[in-house]
Design a protein around this ligand. Structure first.
Ligand SMILES: C[S@@+](CC[C@H](N)C(=O)[O-])C[C@H]1O[C@@H](n2cnc3c(N)ncnc32)[C@H](O)[C@@H]1O
Length: 212
């Protein structure tokens, strides 16, 4: 995602400390305490400017949401929107997640959203893809038994790679489409910034939901 450098980025990020979680590893196993309730927790890895996860948080006030985004200039947009909406059931982490076990205890999450993850097209970079087996093994540990991963992408190569990896991990496909928006699946109802952009240019959206 291209983004111009933002002036006073750190200062502007610090204006949103209510939403931006410092030392997130400290909350491992205790995220429900942070939200001060026992509601289910869902996370998006690579939330960009937050359109998807903020809409989910608004639609489902009885769920808790944790959104990860590595780029400060991008997450700042999501934080600003969260503050405008006065969202109570969402927090953000400004980190590039590598191992989900660093942040979550076993069975702590109910679902993981991977929306338009960076494709890393070169084979030698395949381990950086958020659907690489090494990531999936981590997701399986931190998700509950009936937990799910939802994956959307415009990128066919990345989609087939992910399907292979899900299959290799024995993850069961619950929903699948090569053209999400021609279906009646719920996953088409809440879109991301990238999804809107690709749809506007006529691209079909690949989608699948797996149970771990
Ligand atoms: C192509 S953008 C998609 C953004 C958004 N999900 C959407 O669909 O509009 C991918 C985003 O994921 C972020 N990202 C990539 N790897 C990440 C990681 N390991 N942890 C957190 N964020 C990551 C990038 O900084 C980028 O903003």
């Amino acid at each position: 995602m291209r983004q111009r450098k933002i002036k006073n980025e750190e200062e502007r990020l610090s204006e949103h400390n209510q939403y931006l979680i410092k030392e997130p590893q400290r909350w491992k196993g205790k995220w429900q305490q942070l939200f001060n309730n026992k509601n289910n927790i869902y996370t998006e890895l690579g939330c960009g400017k937050g359109q998807f996860i903020l809409t989910m948080a608004l639609l489902y006030p009885d769920n808790n949401y944790i959104a990860f985004e590595g780029r400060g200039s991008i997450i700042l947009r999501a934080l600003e929107k969260a503050a405008q909406k006065d969202s109570k059931n969402i927090v953000f982490v400004k980190e590039y997640i590598k191992d989900s076990n660093e942040y979550f205890e076993g069975n702590e999450l109910s679902g993981i959203y991977l929306n338009f993850s960076d494709p890393w097209p070169k084979d030698r970079h395949s381990k950086r893809r958020l659907t690489h087996s090494s990531y999936l093994e981590g997701y399986r540990t931190v998700l509950k038994k009936d937990g799910f991963i939802e994956f959307k992408t415009d990128n066919d190569g990345l989609f087939f790679f992910a399907l292979d990896e899900f299959n290799n991990q024995g993850m069961k496909c619950l929903e699948f489409s090569r053209d999400l928006h021609s279906t009646e699946l719920d996953a088409k109802k809440v879109t991301t910034e990238y999804e809107d952009k690709f749809r506007a240019s006529g691209k079909k959206i690949n989608y699948c939901k797996v149970q771990v």
